[in-house]
Design a protein around this ligand. Structure first.
Ligand code: MN
Length: 290
């Protein structure tokens, strides 16, 4: 397993650990963005508060360990999200959304925001939103696994997947070595949300990304206390992705067009009902260098 540090990034007024993308690793399968936020202090008055902003070419996967947030989007969706539930928004050619913790539900927050790059076959298609209130959970030795997306150990998530991939949350407590099955066609990333886990004997903690190349049929996980981590995998993505701000595509010209469509008078991304302010798109420094 190759281990690299996450970097610190700012989202709204919150600091997050950004495990993906990395300079030398843009994607793991179709996973192209991994932000781990919190845990904020117990007894605190925290919450998500991200005003209306657009996306294209990706699906957002929002996963809470603690706290609550309400998703609103330009399709008219309005969906509260609680720990153990999945919000999956697929942008296609364009969507806009906001995520906000209601003022009377603020408190400790902990979770992850993940993006999945869409393949050529769906990335120009219609936007969509799914909420899954219950996800399949299985015991794996002394570990508990919740399958967010894809197929894992004979269990499948009901969530949409545009490429062959997997996203699982694993939970253990001094479990002893446990064999975790992997799809050998997939490369995998591990992101620890709580505690630490030894993977084939190598220690992985919060603020790091563990990467396993294709060809692995299992890993052996061992925890020496309470631990929670994400296992993200997929077939290596079909093409290099270009990312700018909240947009995923293939070329810089696509990124510039998305910025101009959001900042200009254009209905491509639609309108979101939110009390928060609409966030303008930053203009890429390379726009005028063409
Ligand atoms: Mn977003």
């Amino acid at each position: 397993m190759e281990i690299s540090p996450s970097r610190t990034a700012t989202v709204g007024d919150a600091q997050v650990r950004r495990a993906l993308p990395q300079r030398t690793r843009r994607t793991v399968g179709a996973w192209c963005f991994v932000d781990h936020f919190g845990p904020t202090p117990t007894g605190g008055d925290d919450g998500l508060g991200v005003g209306p902003h657009p996306h294209c070419g990706l699906s957002t996967v929002t996963w809470l360990v603690r706290g609550t947030a309400v998703h609103t989007d330009s399709l008219g969706s309005e969906q509260p999200l609680r720990p153990g539930q999945l919000n999956l928004m697929t942008a296609g050619s364009g969507i806009a959304h906001a995520e906000q913790t209601p003022s009377d539900q603020r408190g400790p927050m902990h979770g992850a925001q993940l993006w999945v790059a869409q393949p050529e076959s769906t990335r120009h298609g219609a936007p969509a939103f799914e909420h899954h209130g219950e996800l399949p959970t299985i015991g794996l030795g002394a570990l508990a696994a919740t399958v967010l997306v894809g197929h894992f150990d004979e269990v499948s998530s009901p969530a949409r997947a545009d490429t062959e991939l997997v996203g699982v949350e694993l939970l253990g407590d001094s479990s002893g070595p446990t064999e975790v099955p992997l799809d050998p066609r997939f490369e995998h990333a591990l992101v620890v949300l709580e505690g630490r886990v030894a993977v084939d004997g190598a220690q992985l903690g919060v603020g790091q990304l563990g990467h396993l190349p294709v060809g692995r049929e299992h890993l052996v996980a061992d925890t020496d206390g309470p631990a929670r981590w994400l296992l993200l995998g997929g077939v290596p993505f079909e093409a290099p992705v270009q990312m700018w701000w909240n947009f995923v595509g293939r070329t810089r010209d696509e990124m510039v067009a998305a910025v101009e469509d959001w900042n200009g008078p254009n209905e491509r991304f639609g309108t979101v009902r939110s009390e928060l302010e609409r966030i303008p798109a930053p203009v890429p420094p390379w726009r005028d260098r063409a």
